[in-house]
Design a protein around this ligand. Structure first.
Ligand SMILES: CC(=O)SCCNC(=O)CCNC(=O)[C@H](O)C(C)(C)COP(=O)(O)OP(=O)(O)OC[C@H]1O[C@@H](n2cnc3c(N)ncnc32)[C@H](O)[C@@H]1OP(=O)(O)O
Ligand SMILES: CC(=O)C(=O)O
Length: 532
């Protein structure tokens, strides 16, 4: 059976740049564009040339894309101007992109209120703008803004708008759920009605995530017949984001009814790089990956319940809907107070610890874990502390150093320029091989200062720690009132980019932080083969 071609159009660099807190540099954009191209995405929308200096510069030296079409985004011509006398429009149409996507109004209410022009004038603006894109020799796409809301309010006018674009030569008319409030059943029904006017091979979907259904709405539109999906890596986008391509792409490639009826420009080998692409974007944005993201999240294939792990050891299909490798992710078996021996064995194997299933020390380790979880520790997010605990019970962790004492001071004082600043200073006294090291350092806050002072001079171990950095820090208060217990999770990164998490628990937040920091250093020394 021949398959229909479905095109993926990425808007990470445009709609994704509209995410609160996201600000791409030109270099970031280039790196992301090239990663999207390598992933097999059909269209990479680079931004809005002329709207801001970064986008203009990006289009002036377009990225080296091997396969993807490079697209520019803009809006239909301004009211009261012709397409020949609108500098903003000209910057978009004449940019270095081979495809141009113009957003235009299709909801009568928006035309009346946001544009404040007669509805007929909006129809003319759409037709003239698309015709101008075609006359410039570019592929034309029309993003039909607020199409679903517009169709519900005034179906005739919404249809007139998209027909104006289609008849003016737009290769694609993309139906936008701009406010993200539509339901999948509505999307399916409305797309089916549009298909009477415009064939699916010319229709796309662009869904926002304001009801957490952007992915479901996109898939509903594909099921109804559209053949282009717009979205972003990790679901970045205005307000609650866009349809997440990291969920849509694997669902289209691995799930029915899509797998056997549609063909994407992405190969199964390229699909295996999806998790890497998602993490690359997190790295650029300096964010920890969304733990529970479908397919690509660090917990997407993490198994915690004892019954799950026991069955997983027999056949992974018992608790996994697809193999993690198919999207380049990996399986994790966690240990916690929900665990039995099966979790423990699988988790030990994952940490590279070889131990016989009948080894009596396993019972002691399981007891220790459950006891410590009762005290407030957690090991399902702190794999590094788990590895240390396990190796300690198995007698594999030497005493690299011993901490004698530490002190932290947080002081508000005037600096040499007379400005009032907060200074954090830490002192740590450690013993290494019988020698005492007295380290003092400063940091952004007390934990940073402690981390720097602890690592400042650890004698022969210092060289192992040069590439260790603190990347995330989380605090959780576990019980209320004076009995409060604080749990601190510290995420560290080594020079190879490997991240690992450690945990500390105490009634005192600084003490808990220090415990997690010491675990991180011990783990690094152990993994790098340091010897006392
Ligand atoms: C649904 C979407 O996400 S669409 C993409 C939205 N993305 C962005 O807006 C990011 C990039 N935008 C920008 O940098 C700026 O908005 C610019 C440079 C494009 C325009 O800036 P300004 O000229 O200052 O206009 P402003 O941002 O206030 O936009 C409103 C103007 O656009 C007009 N407009 C809005 N949509 C359209 C459209 N589809 N077609 C024509 N004109 C439109 C409005 O009527 C208004 O015109 P007015 O100034 O004559 O009242
Ligand atoms: C075009 C676009 O981003 C929207 O309508 O949501």
């Amino acid at each position: 059976m021949s398959k229909d071609r479905l095109y993926i159009y990425d808007v990470t660099l445009r709609d994704g740049a509209q995410t609160q807190g996201v600000d791409f540099s030109v270099d970031d954009k280039r790196q992301i564009a090239e990663a999207l191209d390598a992933l097999g995405i059909d269209y990479v929308e680079g931004g809005w040339p002329g709207a801001n200096p970064a986008d203009t510069e990006f289009f002036s030296e377009r990225p080296a894309l091997k396969k993807a079409r490079f697209a520019a985004f803009g809006m239909t011509k301004r009211a009261g101007r012709s397409v020949h006398n609108d500098p903003g429009f000209a910057a978009v149409v004449n940019s270095s992109a081979e495809a141009v996507c113009l957003v235009g109004k299709t909801w009568d209410f928006q035309v009346d209120v946001a544009l404040g022009i007669p509805r007929s004038e909006n129809l003319e603006a759409i037709a003239e703008s698309i015709a101008a894109v075609k006359a410039a020799g570019r592929e034309a796409l029309f993003d039909a803004e607020h199409f679903f809301d517009g169709y519900k309010a005034n179906p005739d006018y919404a249809l007139e708008c998209i027909k104006a674009a289609h008849e003016a030569g737009a290769e694609w008319v993309v139906l936008c759920d701009t406010n993200g409030g539509s339901m999948p059943s509505e999307v399916h029904e409305i797309v089916s009605e549009v298909l009477v006017e415009i064939p699916g091979i010319r229709l796309g979907i662009h869904a926002h995530n304001d009801t957490e259904q952007a992915v479901a709405n996109s898939l509903a539109a594909v099921e109804a017949g559209v053949r282009q999906v717009q979205g972003t890596l990790n679901g970045l986008g205005e307000r609650c984001g866009n349809a997440n391509l990291c969920s849509i792409i694997p669902s289209l490639m691995l799930k029915e009814p899509f797998r056997d009826t549609l063909e994407l420009g992405i190969t199964t080998d390229q699909l295996k790089t999806l998790t890497r692409a998602s993490r690359m974007l997190d790295e650029i944005l300096n964010r920890a990956p969304a733990r529970h993201a479908a397919y690509v999240g660090p917990s997407a294939f993490a198994h915690k319940g004892g019954l799950h792990s026991s069955a997983m050891l027999k056949d992974t299909r018992t608790y996994e809907h697809v193999p993690p490798e198919s999207v380049g992710n990996r399986r994790k078996i966690l240990v916690s107070d929900q665990a039995g021996r099966s979790n423990l064995l699988a988790r030990l194997a994952d940490a590279g610890i070889d131990v016989d299933a009948k080894d009596p020390r396993l019972s002691k380790l399981l007891e220790d874990i459950k006891e410590r979880e009762h005290l407030g520790y957690t090991y399902d997010g702190a794999e590094a502390s788990f590895e240390l605990l396990a190796r300690r019970v198995l007698g594999e962790v030497p005493e690299f150093f011993e901490v004698d004492r530490f002190r932290v001071i947080v002081e508000k004082r005037h600096n040499s320029r007379g400005e009032l600043t907060t200074v954090s200073e830490a002192m740590v006294r450690v013993r290494v091989d019988g020698e005492t090291y007295y380290n003092v350092d400063f940091g952004q806050g007390p934990v940073d200062a402690l981390s720097k002072a602890l690592r400042k001079d650890l004698g022969k171990y210092s060289s192992y720690l040069a590439d260790l950095s603190l990347t995330d820090y989380k605090v959780r208060i576990l019980t209320a009132g004076t009995e409060a217990i604080t749990r601190v999770m510290v995420e560290s990164k080594d020079g190879k980019g490997t991240r690992f998490s450690t945990v500390g628990v105490s009634e005192n937040i600084v003490d808990a932080s220090f415990e997690a920091l010491v675990d991180a250093i011990y783990l690094k020394l152990l993994r790098d083969g340091a010897r006392p």
